[in-house]
Design a protein around this ligand. Structure first.
Ligand SMILES: Nc1ncnc2c1ncn2[C@@H]1O[C@H](COP(=O)(O)OP(=O)(O)O)[C@@H](O)[C@H]1O
Ligand SMILES: N[C@@H](CCC(=O)OP(=O)(O)O)C(=O)O
Length: 369
């Protein structure tokens, strides 16, 4: 089986911060490395940011736009130019590429999610490198990936990739932002994301002038990807050749081990593809039943229901302190759950006036965090 790689490059590596113009040398070596990997038999996806940054440079704007409509208009200017540059560079190495623009909504509907999977598979069969970005011009606030780190992790999970490389303008993750704290300690290997909490890694809430999300979204991405069985690396965008070295086993960048028992495809879709429409707060007994005993959720263990949702919608399940412990697809609407929460299953027909489902969320539709 050929290995599948997803490589994400951020705006801060693609453009020069001083002028906003394209970092052509970086782009050229990235294109060379990815073409080489494709020739070696890897299936390669490039997730490229830069539409907004390149659009700004084209229009002579020196600051990232703040309003959504302005960003969307500028992304429409930049995306075409970005693809043109990629096509010129990849064409000089006889490597065909494709543009794949996705919105959050594309992954929420199972049929569209599966269709996206089939399109990627066909592109690999054709020897094409798909170049993915968020479809910024039509995405809405509620249905945005928001950052390409998360998008790249969801793509890696969708296509069951072996590796996700997050290329950025620092060489790895540090215990704190190395720009603000020069003494921050480099982190080489992360066996389990929970380790980062123990190490008290600080990621701030934003990155460089043009980037979105900084390290916080890269760690979220690493969590999604590693839970899906995808090994993840944060590495330096200026040195794309490091991808080859990491694949050969060199300990460069920050590498996150994949979880040993990744979720199956449908559970990955429930956990990552869907946006929860509500929240159920559970008592300690229900939390233990779900997390430790692998049981289904019953109405008796629900303390609180928030949000408005219908049967088959996705909801978050939280412990009594509000920490998310699982996600799942409900069998009841929020109105019904508000009536039956805290009650035993045999009381449900009398409360609702009809025979409801046996469980609130069946364990096959539950994904523990
Ligand atoms: N703990 C940390 N380790 C490394 N970098 C960090 C950390 N916390 C914040 N950062 C910042 O995150 C930035 C990269 O994020 P971002 O600008 O969003 O990049 P990209 O455009 O590649 O997505 C770095 O320039 C760095 O200043
Ligand atoms: N879709 C946006 C990318 C948003 C984003 O995540 O940017 P970055 O933090 O630079 O990876 C664009 O193409 O400008």
């Amino acid at each position: 089986m050929p290995q599948t790689l997803v490589v994400k490059i951020g705006t801060s590596s693609l453009t020069r911060p001083e002028t906003g113009s394209l970092a052509l040398a970086t782009l050229a070596s990235l294109v060379e490395v990815l073409s080489q990997l494709q020739r070696q038999g890897y299936a390669v996806v490039l997730v490229s940011s830069g539409a907004v940054g390149v659009g700004c440079a084209r229009l002579g704007l020196v600051e990232r736009p703040r309003t959504m409509s302005r960003k969307q208009a500028i992304a429409a200017v930049g995306q075409g130019r970005l693809m043109r540059v990629y096509d010129d560079l990849f064409t000089s190495l006889q490597q065909p590429i494709a543009q794949v623009l996705l919105t959050r909504a594309d992954l929420m509907e199972r049929s569209r999610y599966l269709n996206a999977y089939r399109t990627f598979t066909e592109l690999f069969n054709l020897g094409v490198i798909p170049i993915v970005n968020e479809n910024d011009t039509v995405a809405t606030d509620e249905l945005k990936f928001g950052d390409n780190d998360t998008l790249s992790a969801l793509v890696a999970s969708l296509i069951e990739a072996d590796w996700l490389f997050l290329l950025t303008d620092v060489d790895r993750l540090y215990s704190a932002d190395p720009r603000q704290f020069p003494d921050a300690q480099p982190i080489g290997l992360v066996n389990n994301i929970e380790q980062l909490e123990q190490l008290q890694v600080q990621t701030g809430d934003r990155g460089s002038q043009w980037g979105t999300g900084g390290m916080t979204t890269k760690i979220t991405a690493a969590r999604i990807a590693t839970n899906a069985g995808v090994r993840t690396a944060i590495a330096e965008g200026k040195r794309p050749e490091n991808i080859l070295k990491i694949l050969q086993g060199e300990p460069l960048g920050t590498q996150f081990e994949a979880q040993p028992r990744p979720m199956n495809a449908r559970k990955r879709w429930i956990a990552n593809g869907l946006i929860p429409a509500g929240k159920l707060v559970l008592d300690a007994g229900a939390v233990a039943a779900i997390c430790q005993a692998g049981k289904s959720l019953l109405a008796a263990g629900i303390l609180q229901v928030s949000g408005e949702f219908q049967p088959s919608d996705a909801v978050q399940l939280c412990d009594p302190f509000g920490k998310e412990i699982a996600r799942g697809l409900v069998n009841y609407s929020s109105t019904e759950l508000n009536q039956i929460r805290g009650h035993h299953s045999d009381e449900i027909p009398a409360i609702l006036g009809y025979e409801g489902a046996e469980t609130v969320i069946h364990r096959d539709n539950l994904v523990v965090s």
